[in-house]
Design a protein around this ligand. Structure first.
Ligand code: SF4
Length: 354
C-alpha cells in the first residue's frame, strides 16, 4: 500500500483549505467529539447540526448526560433514528462517572471500553481530542483507501477493514493524527463520493490513486450486496378520546426500544381492538406511510378510531397535543401519521369546547 505513504502532505494541505466549519470542530473536547461522532453514524452532517446544538444546550457535560431522564433524552434524539445510540451515550456517561471519576478516559483502550463505542469512534476521539495516532475507519475512509490502493477486498469484511486500518496506522503522520483522520473522512464525504462518481479532478490523491489511474472507480470499493429487507404490512391505530390520543410504550429491547408509538399490529389482525378492550364508536381511514429500517420495511395503513373507552392497557397513555409534541418521543417511523393525529386532536378539542 505504498500509495498511502504519499497521501499525508497533499491531504493535509487540501483539508486546511476545504474543511467544513462544524460546531464540534471549533471546540473539539472529548465530549463534543464523542457526541458528534455518535450522532453522525448513519446520519448526514446537515441533519445532525440542529440536534447537536440542542443536545449541547440541554446536556453540556458528561455529568448532565449521565443524569438525564430517559424520556427527555429520547425527546432530544427524536427524529435522528437508531435510538440505541442515545441509550448507549447515557450508559457510557454513567460509566465515565463511575469508573473514571467523571473525567473522560484518555487512552484508546479505555475509550473503546465505553458502551456504544466501537473502533471507529474510539479512534476518532483518541486522535481528534487527545492527539493519539489511531485511525478512524468508517465507510468513507474504507472507500478512499480501497480506491487509492486499488484494494479489491470486500470492504464489508472484517479482514479487509483490519488490513486497511493497519496500513493507515503505519502511514499516518504522528504529529497530526486528528487532522489526518478528519481529512480522510472529509475527502470521502466531499470528493471521493460513493456510487462510481468521485470528483477525481479535485482530489489531492489524483496523482497516485490506483482506481483513478486505471479507471476502476466504478468497481472499487468492492461490497457484497445487502440481504433483501423483510417487508411487514402493519395497521397503525390512531385511537382518539376527548382530545387525547393513545400512545403505547415499546418493549425495553429490540427495534425502537422504549419509545412511544401509535399502537400498531400486523395487518389482518382483526382482533386487536378487542384484545386491548377498546370499543370503537366509529372508524375512518387514517392515511398511509412507509419506513425503512436496516433489515425491515414497514408498509403502514392508518386507522382512526374514535372511542369512549377510558381505560387503556398497561403501559399505554392518553396524550394531548402538547404532550405529543413535548413529552413523548414518537420515532420517525410514524412521522407520516403525525399531521393527521394532530389535526384529529385539534378537531376533538374543538368539539369539546363547542
Ligand atoms: S483520485 Fe478519485 S478515486 Fe482516487 S481517492 Fe481521489 S476522488 Fe477517490
Amino acid at each position: 500500500m505504498n500509495e498511502l505513504e504519499q497521501l499525508p502532505i497533499p491531504l493535509l494541505q487540501w483539508f486546511q483549505e476545504h474543511a467544513r466549519t462544524l460546531p464540534w470542530r471549533s471546540d473539539p473536547t472529548p465530549y463534543h467529539v464523542w457526541v458528534s461522532e455518535i450522532m453522525l453514524q448513519q446520519t448526514r452532517v446537515a441533519a445532525v447540526l440542529d440536534y447537536y446544538r440542542r443536545f449541547m444546550e440541554a446536556l453540556p457535560t458528561v455529568a448532565d448526560l449521565a443524569a438525564v431522564d430517559d424520556d427527555r433524552l429520547m425527546k432530544l434524539w427524536q427524529g435522528l433514528g437508531y435510538y440505541s445510540r442515545a441509550r448507549n451515550l447515557k450508559k457510557a456517561a454513567g460509566q465515565i462517572m463511575d469508573r473514571f471519576g467523571g473525567r473522560f478516559p484518555d487512552t484508546y483502550e479505555d475509550i473503546l471500553s465505553l458502551s456504544g463505542v466501537g473502533e471507529y469512534t474510539a479512534g476518532a476521539i483518541s486522535a481528534i481530542a487527545f492527539g493519539i495516532p489511531v485511525p478512524a475507519v468508517d465507510g468513507n475512509v474504507l472507500r478512499v483507501v480501497a480506491r487509492i490502493t486499488g484494494d479489491r477486498g470486500d470492504i464489508g469484511k472484517p479482514d479487509t477493514k483490519a488490513r486497511m486500518r493497519q496500513a493507515l496506522l503505519e502511514t499516518m503522520p504522528r504529529q497530526f493524527p486528528g487532522a489526518y483522520d478528519q481529512a480522510l473522512m472529509e475527502l470521502g464525504a466531499l470528493v471521493c463520493l460513493p456510487n462510481g462518481a468521485p470528483l477525481c479532478a479535485q482530489c489531492p490523491a489524483a496523482d497516485f490513486c490506483t482506481a483513478c489511474r486505471e479507471g476502476l472507480t466504478a468497481e472499487i470499493p468492492v461490497k457484497a450486496p445487502k440481504k433483501a429487507r423483510r417487508v411487514e404490512e402493519r395497521t397503525v391505530y390512531l385511537i382518539l378520546r376527548a382530545g387525547r390520543i393513545a400512545l403505547r410504550r415499546r418493549a425495553a429491547r429490540g427495534l425502537l426500544a422504549c419509545l412511544w408509538e401509535f399502537p400498531n399490529e400486523l395487518r389482518g389482525d382483526r382482533g386487536a381492538l378487542d384484545r386491548w378492550g377498546i370499543a370503537p364508536l366509529h372508524m375512518d381511514h387514517g392515511g398511509s406511510g412507509k419506513h425503512i429500517f436496516s433489515h425491515i420495511e414497514w408498509r403502514m395503513e392508518g386507522l382512526v378510531v374514535h372511542t369512549d373507552t377510558e381505560v387503556l392497557p398497561e403501559g399505554w397513555v392518553w396524550a394531548d397535543r402538547a404532550a405529543l409534541a413535548e413529552t413523548y418521543a414518537v420515532p420517525n417511523a410514524f412521522q407520516s401519521f403525525l399531521p393527521l393525529a394532530i389535526g384529529a386532536l385539534e378537531g376533538e378539542q374543538e368539539s369539546l369546547w363547542n
